[in-house]
Structure formats: C-alpha cells, structure tokens
Ligand binder design. Structure first.
Ligand code: UDP
Length: 316
C-alpha cells in the first residue's frame, strides 16, 4: 500500500486529492494548520483506517514517522483576499514549507509534487500561457507574496531535482472550481454564487472584460494524478482552456440560479489583476494524455448544488 502525505489536506484541492488517493487504495496522511482549511471537507475520512490527520504548520519542521512514497504539497492560502490578509504566512508556506517538504522527500526517498500556479505568469504578455513563458510578475505588488513564493517554490524544487536527483513534479494550476470551495474566500465563483443564492447583486470588478478559464476540480485532480505517475519533472499547466470574460461569467451564474431580478454592480479592479488568462495545455495532452472533460455548464450545476446545501441547508 502506497503511503502519501498531502499538505493542505483540509482545503478545497487537498481534500479532493485525499479522496482520490484513498480511492486508489493508498494510505493517506493529511496535514493542515487550518488557517484557511476546513475540517468539514475531510470529516468523512476519519472513520477510515487508511486515513490519518496531523494538525501542523508545514512552515515548521515536518516529521512523519515511517516510510513515504509520495508527497503532495498543497498547503497555502490561495485566494487574493487570503494572501492579502496573510502575506507572511503565504510567503512562508511557499518557501520554508516547500523546503521542509523537499527535505522530507529526500530523507524518505519519496517523490514530491508541488502545487504551483498560473500566477507565476503574473499579468501575462503571452496568450495563451505556455510553460516556456517566464511571466510578468510585480514582486512588490499585492499579489507578489503569492506569486513570488510560488516562483521560489518552483526554483527550489528544480534545485533539489538537479542537485540531489530528487523525483519532483510541478503542476501549474489554473483557476479551478467545484464543491468545497470556501464560500467567503473572495474569489469570483464563490462570490457570485453566494451573492446569487442570497439574492444580492453580483460584484464584478473593473468593467468585467478580464478573462479567466475555469477548470472543474475532478478534471484537475485527474491531471495531477497523471502527472505524479508520469516521469516528467518540468512544470505542466493543468487547466481548462475554455476562456470567458468575468462579465459573461457573472451572467452565466445569474442564468444558473434562474433569478431574473439579480443585478450586476461594478467595483474597482484590484491592483495587478491579470487581464487575460488561458492555459496552453499542449504539454498535458502530449505527456499525460490529459484534457479537461467537464464543461462549465455541468461543473457549475454541481457546484451550485454544493453551495445551496451549505447556504440553504433546509431547502436543498
Ligand atoms: N472578481 C470579480 N468579483 C468578485 C471577485 C473576483 O469580478 O467578487 C474578478 C477578479 O477581479 C478577477 C476574476 O474575477 O479578475 C477572478 O478572480 P479570482 O479572485 O477568482 O481569481 P484570480 O484568477 O484573480 O486569482
């Protein structure tokens, strides 16, 4: 039985990864300091012998007894409002946390996959974004704490690979959505869906012409699983290339909840907000045979069900 350590296990992506590796018959050790994670996301796993949980901050020395086959480092605040509120923790988990986990991987002779991000491309001047593009990041802007921590994470991961021969994998994750996203994490989808369900106006930032490309969580997890199992150590984009403006996205959500009274209101665009974002997924296709399968209509329907069950538990 393979033994897997997943950091950020109580978070949105971490909890879905725990489910996947349990399903694959692995023994899963979940780790989280719960600053943005939520125990409700993994409550269903505690009855299983295959699962254990450590309440720990990976920015501090990480100890796990026994052998380990795989480490997946998914601990980090991940929404712009979270990293504005927790800038130092965000920098520490991407840098010191990654260093600790690389050291652990080396000590255990384990393969490690780190969660990088489309934010390494900053406000991109190349569209769609290929893995070869170096990015356009403002190191001292509000998003710099996240972007630069993740860029450092990639650099130190490559250093461990090149210098120590460690088995490393780097996934660059584009906007992902689905059940277990934190309702108040400030990102577009949780904001729009909770506003729509509560009958409040949807807050579009700027004029809504900026674009994103949203990937359903099950697709992302499949891509990550394939990357971990592959023999490819350079970064791979995983995302859904179906690009949409944020204004159109808000309209889609209004259509989804079927409430014609809903309005859109416009708020100032946050500083350094990327204008366009779409993954070039050629590498994922060629190397992993992976492509997003769930279209946005279906993914949004499933996510809507989840948000309704949390926000209106009596009615859903
Ligand atoms: N956004 C918005 N209204 C909101 C929250 C976000 O218009 O209530 C915009 C945000 O400015 C950005 C896009 O939606 O252009 C996606 O933002 P999100 O925070 O989801 O993720 P990002 O891709 O910027 O990290």
């Amino acid at each position: 039985m393979k033994k897997v350590l997943i950091t950020g296990a109580a978070g949105f992506l971490g909890s879905h990864l725990c489910d996947r590796f349990i399903k694959e018959g692995c023994h899963v050790i979940g780790m989280d300091n719960l600053i943005t994670g939520n125990m409700d996301n993994i409550q269903h796993l505690f009855a299983l012998k295959q699962f254990e949980f450590y309440h720990h901050d990976v920015s501090k020395f990480v100890h796990v007894p026994g052998e380990l086959d795989y480490i997946l480092h998914f601990a980090s605040p991940a929404s712009p409002i979270d990293y504005l509120q927790m800038p130092i923790q965000t920098m520490k988990v991407g840098s010191l946390g990654t260093h600790n986990l690389l050291g652990l991987a080396k000590a255990k002779n384990a393969r490690i996959l780190v969660a990088s991000t489309s934010e390494v491309y900053g406000d991109p001047e190349v569209h769609p974004q290929t893995e070869e593009y170096w990015g356009n990041v403002n190191p001292i802007g509000p998003r710099g704490v996240y972007d630069e921590a993740k860029r450092f994470q990639e650099a130190i991961t490559m250093a461990y690979h090149n210098f120590h021969g460690l088995e490393t994998r780097i996934v660059r994750i584009f906007n992902t959505y689905g059940p277990r996203m934190r309702i108040n994490d400030g990102r577009a989808l949780p904001a729009f869906l909770s506003q729509a369900i509560n009958g409040e106006p949807l807050t579009v930032f700027g004029d809504g012409s900026q674009t994103r490309s949203f990937c359903y969580v099950d697709d992302l997890v499949e891509g990550i699983y394939r990357l971990l199992k592959s023999d490819y150590h350079l970064p791979v984009n995983i995302g859904n290339p179906d690009e949409i403006t944020i204004g159109e996205f808000a309209e889609e959500i209004i259509g989804l909840v079927e409430d014609k009274n809903l309005e859109v209101i416009y708020k100032p665009l946050p500083k350094d907000d990327p204008k366009r974002r779409r993954p070039d997924t050629t590498k994922a296709k060629e190397i992993l045979g992976w492509e997003a399968q769930v279209d946005r209509r279906e993914g949004l329907r499933r996510t809507y069900e989840y948000f309704r069950s949390v926000l209106q538990p009596m009615e859903a």
